[in-house]
Design a protein around this ligand. Sequence first.
Ligand SMILES: *Cc1c(COP(=O)(O)O)cnc(C)c1O
Length: 384
Amino acid sequence: MDIQLFVPTFRVEECLEQIKECLEKGWTGLGFKTLAFEDAWKNYTGFSHAHFVNSGTSALHLAVNVLKKRLKWSDGDEVITTPITFVSTNHAILYENLRPVFADVDEYLCLDPVDVQKKLTKKTRAVMFVGMGGNTGQYEKIVEICRENSLPLILDAAHMSGTRLHGKHVGKEAEVSCFSFHAVKNLPTADGGMVCFSSPDDDKLVRKLTWLGISKDTYTRTIGGGAYKWMYDVEDVGFKYHGNSIMAGIALVQLKYLDQDNAYRRQLCDWYLSGLTGHEHVKIVPTAPGCESSRHLFQILADNRDELILALNENGVYPGVHYRDNTLYSMYRYADGTCPYAHEVNNKLLSLPLHLRMTRRDVESVSELVVKYAGKSRHGRTPR
Ligand SMILES: *Cc1c(COP(=O)(O)O)cnc(C)c1O
């Protein structure tokens, strides 16, 4: 058996056709397909604004950068965030000299609204919510807390391409939503991301910032700017974060299949659920009510997580861990002890293989192995 955690699936012929178009036209950079993909994404999700960038990490950094500029935050101001996430989420806060204040997670492994309330201070400027594995968790309660306290909500939707809540694509309630189109996410390219602001002014500013602060993109300059293409102004210290037409071409193809792909992911998860529900040594992370999850991950908690992973590996099955409690990283050690549930799940969490090439039989084989080895120590004893 050889069942990996993630294997991206591409519609190769269609992707090549998109790339060929770029190469033949001689347009591989910003503009052309990046604009076409932004339109397709807005159409699919219902966001009013969307800007295609080179990664989810860039999207998150820009989200914090733009809000800090517009709302005139000071260095050292606080952003409430989660300890169970990929480091990008919290680095984005540090890039802007703000302080990540960690609130604990709930049973969905998303921010716990009760602890968020407790972590609010006079210096809180925003809340960063991560939709873990595509799950919406208690997102609506967090939206409410943000409204009551006039705080902008930043949604790290890296796992949430295609997640719907009560039938609508998630994210429009946030000040800004950030998606990732990294190779192993639900809408895989090679690298890419999308930053979706609710304010038109923020969207305008971010488009300038992703190309070094230069005020117009290449496409509109070439079409509309006539002979004076070099006569642009530079108004901000921007970044080199914009996306390119090769990635956008691939993304255009992948987007067409996103709903179909996510539906198959949910099917795989249903098969996992029938194989694992009720097993005394396996706790399945639930999906929130009203959430049609993109199902980026299928996460469980097991007391003997490390031994279980070794046993699965010996049988050719390769799970992952999403994620270590970030307060255990040297960088964030100052917050150690502030999030007890995150700390507890840190030693139990694992993500079972989940990708489009898996069959029902694969899921059943993995489930059988999990049932066989969960709760058992390597020496055959049940750990206390
Ligand atoms: C993948 C990921 C990111 C970063 O996205 P990249 O496109 O890899 O930069 C941010 N947050 C979370 C939760 C992620 O899983």
